[in-house]
Write a protein that binds this ligand. Sequence first.
Ligand SMILES: *Cc1c(COP(=O)(O)O)cnc(C)c1O
Length: 374
Amino acid sequence: MKGKPAISPAYMTATYKFDSSDDLIDVVQSQEGYIYSRWDNPSVKEVEEAVAHLEGYECGIGFSSGMAAISTAVLSHICAGSRIVAMQEIYGGTYELFNDILPKLSVDTTLINCFDTGQLMAQIDKGLDILYLESPTNPLLRVVDIDPLVRSAKAKGAVIMMDNTFASPINQRPLDMGVDVVIHSATKYLGGHHDITAGLVCCNKAAHDKIWHYKKILGGVMDPMTAFLIMRGLRTLELRIARHNENAMKIARFLESHPKVKTTYYPGLESHPDHEVAKRQMKGFGGMLSFDVDGDFDQTKTVMDHLKLISLATSLGGVTSLANQPITNTHVALSPENRKKAGVSESLVRLSVGIEDADLLIQDLDQALAVALG
Ligand SMILES: *Cc1c(COP(=O)(O)O)cnc(C)c1O
């Protein structure tokens, strides 16, 4: 029949059939072709190639979640006695991996405040196997000057890994900063619609072969339907990110001038401590921002409870806006002392700005602040 599907289907298949034993033997030996979907799947491959292309790397690998991507990428590059230096401000799940699990495998993980540059450099100079970075950080959107850290770690022969979830490949290109392995929670901007859980890694062929081997064994693979939905998300990624950037900037300006808001944290604001680094390192400032309400815990909770258009939820990076009070969920496990260090106050609100009409979002925030704080 003439006419082909314009869009690739979700290849919902666990395995692949062969016309002859010789064909099967050939694919197993050459690893060119499909054998079993825990190894490779055409729908997943399409996403892997698309995201690798966006990030500028040779290869991509799909995972069942951002944490599967992170844990598999890290495990494939270490053994007992390895040493990882990371920023303290990394994603909570990554922090737990480094703090609770890897030390049990005799892996030395050193977590340093990302703005204690002297200490970070000193730890890198001691020698390391992996330097693990994340920027902008959660929830204060601090932007880490990546370049000097990468240079020092490279001189020590380390593999540089970076979580690029918050920025997205449109706003930040870790490849240009010398990063070896880029990681995404595709649950966030890549998928973009709050309807899937997935992860991706982008890297060169040598790192790909290591990580792919571990993925195949550990088994945290992306499923074909999820891959189909990520492909759909990717078709609007650039447009979505442009709107996320624009909306977040408008809302940040509104909050910054609001009498009931103490501080607004958005790298696009001139008042942000890392604005200059962000201008140099990022192509857009992103859709994430945080702010401190001029009130106590209960008043902040009241703001949360009166948002109408913006949903009270954890997660980020989707078309609809989400807000949360980090102290009640994402940062609940931190001790009061560590919370203070991380800048997570009782009145802090994190906002994942969606692509709705910015004026409606501003109205929503304005009325909720008015109910809580008069
Ligand atoms: C959400 C998130 C992760 C974890 O991704 P999951 O898909 O939830 O496993 C990792 N890093 C960052 C920065 C995230 O926001």
